[in-house]
Design a protein around this ligand. Structure first.
Ligand code: TYD
Length: 420
């Protein structure tokens, strides 16, 4: 049974940008709860998937250089470690992706199935037309793009039926990969059992999603919104995967999205004792020491979130009173949560800059702040820039060194209100 610990108020869909400022929107109650049995943190009320993931979905992972580089590394790792391909060293730098930790017999021929292939940011690391990677993507605008590029993509949600169709038409994948997707799917038991039933013998399931531990450490409550049905701890995943006959064999902590976990799992039937890397126990132990298995931890977090709102509003109101121009950088889903929870509209943040064509010229969900096509001159008379995309702070600071040289300041609310 889920017990509520956080109420972020009435919210619109985080990624649905409006054509006009007075457009009517769908709203829902953004409340978060903790399940004592599985230790899973989830939304109290799930939003219908078809409302969020359809032909008008705007989040395009290729818009960020950080994400492109990350997926290049992950693809290199999968290709060389799990499929027995040869790849240059450069692709494997970055995280602790090491060959020794795996006991797979290389070379393995077979294909990678990607769940939630978005605009193809991962698939495009592989040569198209060689059937090395097959995608599943419910947003038709994106599945059309990757299909046209020669990557076979099923325009479907991931579920039992999709798994059966893909198995029949393509055989069993050696690797099932998903990035920032599994946490979007309400029914985890169906999701995991459908992976278990399609995976080839000795195949591997690799998925990455934001880490609950990092989220609390960073106080990045803005990572909670409609699409993120769950926020995963390794602890909760361990419980839910194991009841679906999958076993975690390694956990890689990655800096992506402010701190994510890359989970590597195998079918329990294929497991050898030696498959399990010490990182699994280390991560679970750390989470237990932190208290991710206790409701009180989440109650304390909820109080910190309320304080963050108070401090942010004080600062923005003071800047407004002293005549400073404040804008936001990155029309993110995260800022939808912050702006709507705190009631921040264009009175406090004049406009949002973004490089994504599908968001430009539109208005932000709920608070209807204009989203303007990024151009560096638009920052000339700006004093403060709120980092809607704080997860790309380094990339943004490098790009905007002139703004900083001219006395401009970047402002963030994570882990507390501060200038960076
Ligand atoms: P992301 O932080 O991945 O968003 P979400 O919270 O929705 O998961 O998205 C980053 C957004 O910021 C995306 O709309 C692109 C935009 N952006 C810029 O406009 N300029 C930049 O330099 C960067 C890094 C991102």
């Amino acid at each position: 049974m889920k017990q509520q610990f956080l109420d972020l108020g009435k919210q619109p869909l985080a990624n649905v940008f409006l054509d006009t400022q007075d457009e009517k929107e769908f709203t829902y109650n953004l409340k978060v709860g903790f399940d004592e049995e599985t230790k899973l943190v989830s939304l109290m009320e799930y939003v219908d998937s078809g409302l969020m993931f359809n032909d008008t979905y705007t989040y395009s992972a290729s818009m960020s250089e950080t994400m492109k580089k990350h997926f290049k590394e992950v693809a290199g790792f999968i290709y060389s470690n799990l499929l027995g391909g040869t790849i240059s060293e450069g692709h494997l730098r970055g995280y602790q992706f090491d060959r020794q930790a795996y006991k797979f017999d290389a070379p393995i021929d077979g294909y990678i199935l990607e769940i939630g292939s978005n605009d193809g940011v991962f698939m495009k690391q592989f040569v198209s037309n060689d059937n090395l990677v097959v995608g599943v993507e419910p947003c038709g605008n994106f599945s059309d793009i990757t299909n046209q590029l020669g990557y076979k993509t099923y325009e479907r949600f991931w579920n039992k039926e999709t798994s059966e169709i893909i198995k029949k038409e393509n055989g069993r994948p050696k690797v099932v990969f998903a990035a920032n997707c599994i946490c979007h799917i309400p029914d985890l038991d169906e999701t995991f059992s459908s992976v278990e039933s399609i995976l080839d013998k000795n195949g591997v399931f690799i998925f990455e999603d934001p880490s609950l531990l990092e989220m609390i450490n960073r106080n990045s409550f803005d990572q909670i919104y409609d699409e993120h049905a769950h926020i995963f701890s390794v602890l909760s995943l361990n419980n839910i995967l194991s009841r679906n006959n999958l076993t975690i064999i390694k956990v890689i902590n990655s800096p992506v999205h402010g701190g994510s976990n890359i989970i590597i799992a195998k079918r329990t039937v294929d497991l050898n004792e030696t498959d399990i890397d010490p990182s699994v126990k280390t991560n679970i132990d750390n989470e237990q020491i932190f208290g991710l298995d206790k409701f009180e931890t989440f109650q304390r977090w909820s109080k910190k979130i309320e304080d963050n709102k108070t401090d942010l509003l004080i600062l923005l109101n003071n800047l407004k009173k002293s005549g400073k121009k404040v804008i936001s950088y990155g029309a993110t889903s995260k800022s939808t949560t912050v702006f709507n929870y705190c009631g921040i509209d264009s009175r406090l943040i004049e406009f949002i800059l973004d490089t994504t064509p599908a968001k430009q010229g539109k208005f932000s969900p709920g608070m209807h702040i204009p989203v303007i096509k990024y151009s560096p001159e638009l920052m000339n008379d700006v004093s403060y820039v709120f980092l809607g995309a704080w997860n790309f702070v380094e990339e943004i600071k490098n790009k905007e060194s002139n703004f900083v040289k001219n006395g401009g300041k970047f402002l963030t609310h994570v882990p507390k209100i501060m200038m960076v």
